[in-house]
Design a protein around this ligand. Structure first.
Ligand code: CP
Ligand code: NVA
Length: 302
């Protein structure tokens, strides 16, 4: 791992770097021999520090690193909360002496920033309360695969303006696409985010999901209550009534594909009928976590 390059949110990637990762993901997906032979992570070890549970992110990182010839060590919540037994800075400095790369899933994005500032090895955000850039890489890869391009694609994100929505909005803005977020009052993107991305119409916020999906090529949703927000679950369930992605809503955009980062709360933000239906691409999307991250790791290893 020559150059230190963190991926804390997609803003670190220039549009051409983002495109390079997606292009490589497509090539590797169709030609496994290329990376199985080259083993760009041969002899390298990745440390996975996860403060929250995970299926897709953990498994796809572990598989991806193995396929590139490297090894993963998982440090889950049972290994202790980051920053409790010792400072985040000390954990980052010490871990940098052992491993070649760190993948962190954290409660607070600020902890990730503090950790990365003291790490001498690349740090990848595997989800924070603020963003989920690895999910966005897979989402962009999936949209490109299904619709042939990212430029001028409109994604209607129905629900919470959360970590997943923010990262995808950033990725779309970098790729010439746009996002329309349909969210209830208090759950939209904040003013700073809109100042950055809302200037030239690349990100818009509306209240009405039916309005958001009209003309959209992608309808996307995520849980109404994210990890760490469990105490707000009842309040959120009430606030998001009317924001469910169901048969009636997707009928307003007859050609749109339906995306969800998973895990889904069936019957809340999306019905099983839609999630299991012919327009949902969620399993390909989940698979693409592996292809997108494998490409990211390959680029980081150069
Ligand atoms: N989409 C996603 O990040 O899933 P996990 O929480 O299972 O990793
Ligand atoms: N917004 C969700 C995404 C889970 C992959 C959460 O943060 O819990």
């Amino acid at each position: 791992m020559a150059a230190i390059k963190h991926l804390l949110n997609l803003e670190e990637l220039a549009p051409d770097e983002l495109k390079e990762i997606l292009d490589l993901a497509v090539r590797q997906k169709s030609d496994p021999e290329s990376y199985l032979r080259a083993r760009p992570l041969y002899g390298k070890v990745a440390g996975l520090f996860f403060e929250k549970p995970s299926l897709r992110t953990r498994l796809s990182f572990e598989v991806g690193v193995l396929q590139l010839g490297g090894h993963c060590i998982y440090m889950g919540p049972e290994a202790g909360q980051l920053g409790v037994r010792e400072s985040l800075e000390d954990t980052a400095r010490v871990s940098s002496r052992y491993v070649d790369l760190m993948v962190l899933r954290v409660n607070k994005h600020a902890a990730l920033e503090t950790f990365a500032a003291s790490s001498t090895k690349p740090v990848i955000n595997a989800l924070s309360d603020e963003s989920h850039p690895c999910q966005a890489l897979a989402d962009l890869l999936t949209i490109r695969e299904k619709l042939g391009r990212l430029k001028d694609i409109t994604v209607a994100f129905v629900g919470d303006g959360n970590n997943v929505a923010r990262s995808l909005a950033r990725g779309l803005a970098k790729s010439g696409g746009r996002m329309i977020l349909a969210a209830p009052d208090g759950y939209e993107f904040d003013a700073e985010f809109m100042r950055k991305f809302g200037q030239n119409g690349q990100v818009r916020v509306v209240r009405d999901p039916a309005q958001a999906v009209l003309g959209a090529e992608v309808i996307y949703t995520d849980v109404w209550t994210s990890m760490g927000q469990e105490t707000e679950a009842a309040k959120r369930l009430k606030a998001f009534q009317g924001y469910q992605v169901n048969a009636a809503l997707i009928a307003r955009a007859p050609n749109a594909i339906v995306m969800h980062d998973l895990p889904a709360h069936r019957g809340e933000e999306i019905t099983s009928e839609v999630l299991d239906g012919p327009r949902a691409v969620v399993l390909d999307q989940a698979e693409n976590r592996l292809h997108a991250q494998r490409a990211l790791l390959t680029v980081l290893a150069r």
